[in-house]
Design a protein around this ligand. Structure first.
Ligand SMILES: Cc1cc2nc3c(=O)[nH]c(=O)nc-3n(C[C@H](O)[C@H](O)[C@H](O)COP(=O)(O)OP(=O)(O)OC[C@H]3O[C@@H](n4cnc5c(N)ncnc54)[C@H](O)[C@@H]3O)c2cc1C
Length: 358
């Protein structure tokens, strides 16, 4: 029997265990999980589990990872989105995609995904899950292979103990704490991405994307957010020259925000009296971004240095050690990309181990 330890029973650790157990009766798999197994997927996709994104061109798919893009070409070549969805189907999890390509379980329930994966694991007598936090390599000496799948909350210490380097860790896919505050709960749309005002600053998909692309930007910095299309507003002003400016602007941005950014006098002016200077003064909201809002952080940029692992997720430092999922220096944008990487890395690491022991 080959004894395999998996540190972390989240998305990638669990799928790695399933792949090992399904394909070999000669492995004994132990997951060490400090919390509850697969609890990490329950809040994903707002409880709906946005488990992937239906992009079949792997180069296009990899573009959605601000960290790890090139490394992922070979990963997705061997375990891509259609293969992932087929894998889930075989585990009894049917999926559907929305208009933007985001993939969810047909039940729209993270709980169902958790239950089905857990149900699969429990089928195997040579599987066990131990509730324990692993902090040192020493605790795992009895195992033939070790997979560290600790996500972004906890196993970095262990990776360091194995002699690996952790690239600087930064919050990504999170809101921003800003100096300027606008009515909390109100949102505007930039392009097709919503930005939400919060009591701490700004959040929502537009900000999440920025926080990922700019994860390594120095704080504080200035962010100018366009409020409306200037040409379209000018057209409306011309068409409604006798109407109150504040009312017309309210057709472009929420009324509570109009009241916040316009002085009373300008609000009540007729459109014909509105100069280009006034429009230029209000066309953008300027924010001083103080820091990321760590409370709402979805993923971490940074992690185990990709230079220190091969494309089978095996450590170049320790022969029988693997890293999968978010603990690696790979992170994706919103839309199912982070879970997709967790699944792909978990399965491919398992396949490499199976090849080595067969
Ligand atoms: C609120 C929220 C919503 C999200 N929604 C989505 C979404 O819809 N789509 C998407 O693609 N991504 C989403 N993500 C990101 C996604 O959940 C993660 O990228 C993904 O779960 C990473 O998988 P993983 O297996 O690497 O880590 P995790 O799933 O986080 O699992 C790691 C596990 O390891 C355990 N652990 C850590 N250290 C130790 C240790 N030393 N010893 C023992 N156990 C340990 C943890 O308790 C955890 O259970 C979301 C994240 C959050 C926080």
């Amino acid at each position: 029997m080959t004894k395999i330890a998996i540190v972390g029973g989240g998305a990638s650790g669990s799928l790695c265990a399933i792949e090992l157990l399904k394909n070999s009766p000669d492995v004994k798999v132990t997951i060490f999980e400090k919390n509850k197994i697969l609890a990490s997927i329950l809040p994903t996709g707002g409880g709906r589990c946005n488990l992937s994104n239906f992009i079949v061109d792997n180069v296009e798919l990899a573009k959605n990872y601000p960290r790890g893009e090139k490394f992922l070409y070979s990963v997705f070549k061997r375990f891509d989105v259609p293969q992932t969805l087929e894998y889930f189907k075989k585990l009894g999890i049917k999926t559907h995609k929305d208009a933007s390509g985001k993939v969810y379980p047909a039940s729209n329930s993270s709980k169902e995904v958790q239950e089905k994966l857990l149900g699969e694991l429990r089928k195997y007598k040579n599987f066990k899950c131990i509730k324990k936090e692993i902090t040192s390599a020493q605790e795992l000496v009895e195992f033939d292979y070790i997979i560290v799948a600790g996500g972004s909350k906890g196993a970095y210490e262990l990776a360091l103990d194995f002699g690996h380097t952790i690239t600087p860790l930064k919050s990504a896919l999170c809101g921003y704490i800003t100096e300027e505050k606008y009515p909390s709960g109100v949102s505007i749309t930039i392009g097709d991405e919503p930005l939400l005002f919060t009591h701490k600053g700004i959040s929502g998909p537009y900000v999440f994307k920025l926080s990922s692309l700019w994860a390594y930007k120095e704080y504080p910095f200035t962010l100018n957010v366009p409020l409306f299309n200037v040409c379209t507003l000018k057209d409306e002003i011309q068409k409604n020259s006798k109407k109150e400016f504040g009312t017309i602007l309210g057709n472009f941005i929420p009324k509570s925000l109009v009241k916040e950014i316009l002085e009373e006098e300008i609000y009540h002016k007729k459109c014909a009296e509105i100069s280009n200077k006034i429009i230029n003064e209000i066309k953008e909201l300027k924010f001083t971004v103080l820091e990321p809002d760590k409370v709402g952080e979805t993923v971490k940029a940074g992690g185990v240095d990709l230079k220190e692992i091969n494309n089978n997720f095996q450590s170049k430092i320790c022969n029988r050690l693997y890293f999968t999922g978010e603990i690696l220096d790979v992170d994706g944008l919103c839309g199912g990309f982070n879970l997709q990487f967790a699944w792909s890395s978990g399965v491919l690491a398992a396949r490499d181990i199976l090849k080595r022991i067969s």
